[in-house]
Design a protein around this ligand. Sequence first.
Ligand SMILES: NC(=O)NCCC[C@H](N)C(=O)O
Length: 286
Amino acid sequence: MTQWRVASETGLLSEVLVCAPDHYRWLPTNSISRHTLAGERQAPAAHHLAAQHAELVAALEQAGVRVRRLSPEPHLPYMVYTRDSVVVTHRGPVLCQLERPQRRGEYAGLIDFHAAHGSEFWRKSSAGTLEGGDIHILRDGLALIGHSGGRTDEAGAAQLAGWLRAEGWEVRLEPFDEHFLHLDVLFCMAAPGLAVACLDVLDPDFIGWLKGHGIRCIPVSYRDVMALGCNILALGGGQVISARESTALNAALRAEGLAVLDPALSLFTLGGGGPHCLTCPLSRDG
Ligand SMILES: NC(=O)NCCC[C@H](N)C(=O)O
């Protein structure tokens, strides 16, 4: 029986789930990938995708994280964004309910993966839609769930909030515009008490709420956010993974004293997902 648990976005990451980009391609499912497809770019070559994904895996392994792999399926090009189909909580994994038809089938591989490891779902989303990119476990007992209606909707967010509140957790539901795809495009935790956030877009009341909970924000511009510049993965222990292309943010994170591992991920950020979207933390310590 595998007991995967995650009680915060910033605890020391010990196990993570990724999926190789064997069948990855850009689909017009979000404003970022639609913008990419409208441009002059050639479809990414398989060897180039594999090389960038290998850089991400190398960064995770360099940080001592055990990397588990989902089997990619030809008809599900976005399986590579493992963040969205399942979110692991302090009580175990929650099976999400993806909104886009192009991604709905991802649930099947996730059920098989967890069953193969004897990992039982704590809960299964059954109201509205729920996607992992909208869920932030800020720390033990405190969660944030975004809902744009485009991906996670209010019913899906409320159902997860209800399960967490029944555990005594404080949960904030945060509405935002579906142009931004997932809340993790606009906001991610970097370290305990430190986040990266698009202050130009997020509601000042939300920023004030974070401050009231002891979380301050490094600002990221709208332009950088739409290049997935805010979509980082906290590794715990003073380390973070952020895309090589996010040069301004990476300098700011280093100035905060964090070690930044920076794999090149441009082919994935052009599809609408960076280090946060490409990883599903299975286990964090502390
Ligand atoms: N958490 C995330 O923001 N995931 C990125 C998902 C991108 C993918 N191309 C999608 O449209 O679903």
